[in-house]
Design a protein around this ligand. Sequence first.
Ligand code: CMP
Length: 140
Amino acid sequence: AIERTLSIIKPDAVAKNVIGQIYARFEGAGLKVIAAKMAHLSEREAGEFYAVHKERPFFKDLVSFMTSGPVMIQCLEGEGAIAKNRELMGATDPKKADKGTIRADFAESIDANAVHGSDAAETAAVEIAFFFPGMNVYSR
Ligand code: CMP
């Protein structure tokens, strides 16, 4: 099915000047950028976006990293977009990410791991609505 997913190019990858290289991977895999914006997230925005991780030990570091510099936020659309984007990203920990994935090629650590991508249809809808509230998002 044609799906939409929320993608964030994190401060480490923006600072490395690889937005274009990461976009090329999305496009090469048939994912279309249908909305995009650059933003420097506030603590409140980052904390709200990652609210599901609030009780995790890494939450504070996560919010501090995600507010450390600008991020590039996009909605991607395509056939099986959620899983396809996760394949392109590779494992959360770049040390465990398959060769040729975005995280293997551009990320340094589990915190500075270059990209975020929605993990399921439900979270994709919530995450897209969070950053692009004007978009019409339907679960089906
Ligand atoms: P992301 O996909 O953006 O979702 C939450 C982020 O928390 C994750 O990528 C990692 O960058 C970060 N993180 C740090 N430590 C962990 C951990 N132990 N497990 C999962 N995510 C972690």
